[in-house]
Write a new protein. Structure first.
Length: 441
């Protein structure tokens, strides 16, 4: 099992870094369990890292950092139930490729596919669609390495309390070894992307989220325009983007021009707006392709992101307040504000627990000032009992969060049972969940 000592680790966005005592790269469940067992016996902390796409310090440690890049195989496929079991380090992009050859898919995905399966579910990564839950709701089984190195299997039928909590465990309950996911028959998405006036969309917000299976919008700060996306599930023929359309969609609709403009602005005031004005305006696009190719897009500009879950009905009011905040910042942020919808679920630490949810996400390019913007947005979302995306920038603590999750105590009790010595604790879990206690409270 490859081991590296005292090598600096940095996340994808470059805003989190640490120098762990050791980096371990297990290839099997037995090796993963042995890493945790040795660390526990030596009194060391353990943190597991996938692709490093979280913007928080959830994987930062001065103990043992477990790199899952060698733990990414498909373990089992059951064609009768359409369930696939994979090692925790498999990326979503590789999982999608494995599912495609079996003519199945996940029922919903987020808009990037760089994350590992375990990292995505641990932080409640989600896509969009009023009737569709986050990625964790598609999990039907897990195998966990607990704080002392023991292996625990859980599902809705076996260890249901553990299973309920571990689907969104924030890296605090154990090291996920394998994940079993429920798949559906492969399908395509008919996509329509077009600019619309934001006020018009917000005036019929409730109707907008029902106009297609998966709807979202990107408001362009400093303007009254949004790029709307409607993806309808279909088994009709594919009609992928042409080369020109692909550039239109990925360059204009997926943030590259905005990021380049802000970088130019830092070099010379006024230059950024000139860069953005030289680009062609967004235009209507219509295409049909395999679901995973439509759901996910590449990210060419590194950025920081904050995303908050609020009641779905509160989105228009909250977004209008964000617009007023942005107007008072002077220079508009260089990235659009993303708005999505997600179905309610029953996972204790899921931001969508128990309520139909709207997500509002704000971004800035890597290195750009963000505190005034992000803290201002969090203050707005607090008025709607906002719950942070666990893998994205936020300023919450256990004291501010506990009352917002009706089953907070259930998750803490599972944590106390699986990791009573705090093997998987770090500054992030201590801050947002509180230290591990023997009672779980």
């Amino acid at each position: 099992m490859p081991t590296t000592s005292r090598k600096r680790w940095t996340n994808w966005a470059g805003n989190q870094t640490c120098v762990p005592a050791a980096v371990e790269r297990p290839t099997s469940e037995a090796e993963l369990a042995e890493v945790v067992r040795r660390a526990h016996d030596a009194g060391q902390h353990v943190k597991v890292v996938g692709s490093g796409h979280s913007f928080t310090d959830c994987a930062v440690t001065d103990g043992v950092l477990v790199d899952l890049s060698h733990h990414q195989k498909v373990v089992a496929w059951d064609p009768e139930t359409s369930r696939i079991t994979v090692q925790a380090g498999l990326t979503l992009s590789k999982l999608n490729a494995s599912l495609a050859v079996r003519d199945v898919a996940l029922t919903n995905l987020g808009d990037i596919a760089y994350q590992t399966v375990s990292g995505a579910i641990s932080t409640a990564t989600h896509g969009t669609g009023r009737r569709f839950g986050n990625l964790s709701t598609q999990v039907v089984g897990l195998r966990l390495i607990t704080g002392d190195g023991s292996v625990l299997e859980c599902s809705a039928e076996h260890e249901p309390e553990v299973f309920a909590a571990a689907r969104v465990g924030v890296g605090a309950l154990g090291a996920i070894s394998t994940v079993t996911l429920q798949c559906v028959p492969a399908f395509r998405l008919h996509a329509v992307e077009q600019p619309e006036r934001l006020d018009d969309v917000m005036a019929r917000w409730d109707e907008f989220v029902d106009e297609a299976d998966h709807t979202e919008l990107f408001w362009v700060p400093g303007t009254g325009w949004a790029i709307t996306k409607r993806n309808e599930r279909t088994h009709g023929p594919a009609r992928p983007l042409s080369g020109r359309e692909w550039l239109q969609a990925k360059v204009l609709n997926d943030n590259l021009i905005f990021g380049l403009g802000l970088r130019a602005e830092r070099l010379r005031p006024g230059l950024g707006r000139r860069v953005q004005r030289l680009a062609p305006g967004p235009s209507r696009l219509e295409f049909t392709d395999e679901s995973h190719k439509v759901f996910a897009s590449p990210r060419w500009v590194r950025f920081l992101e904050m995303e908050t879950a609020i009641p779905l009905a509160a989105v228009p009011e909250a977004l209008e307040r964000v617009r007023r905040l942005v107007a008072g910042l002077g220079q508009p942020p260089g990235f659009p504000v993303e708005v999505r919808s997600v179905a309610a679920d029953d996972i204790p630490l899921s931001p969508a627990y128990g309520r139909e949810t709207g997500y509002i996400a704000v971004h800035v390019p890597k290195g750009a000032p963000h505190l005034a913007y992000f803290q201002g947005v969090q203050g707005i979302m607090d008025d709607y009992e906002g719950r942070p995306h666990w893998g994205k920038v936020h300023f919450h603590t256990a004291e501010t969060l506990a009352s917002r999750y009706p089953r907070w105590g259930d998750a803490q009790a599972v944590r106390a049972r699986l990791d009573p010595d705090g093997t998987f604790a770090n500054s992030y879990t201590d801050r947002v969940l509180g230290p591990v206690t023997s009672t779980g409270t």
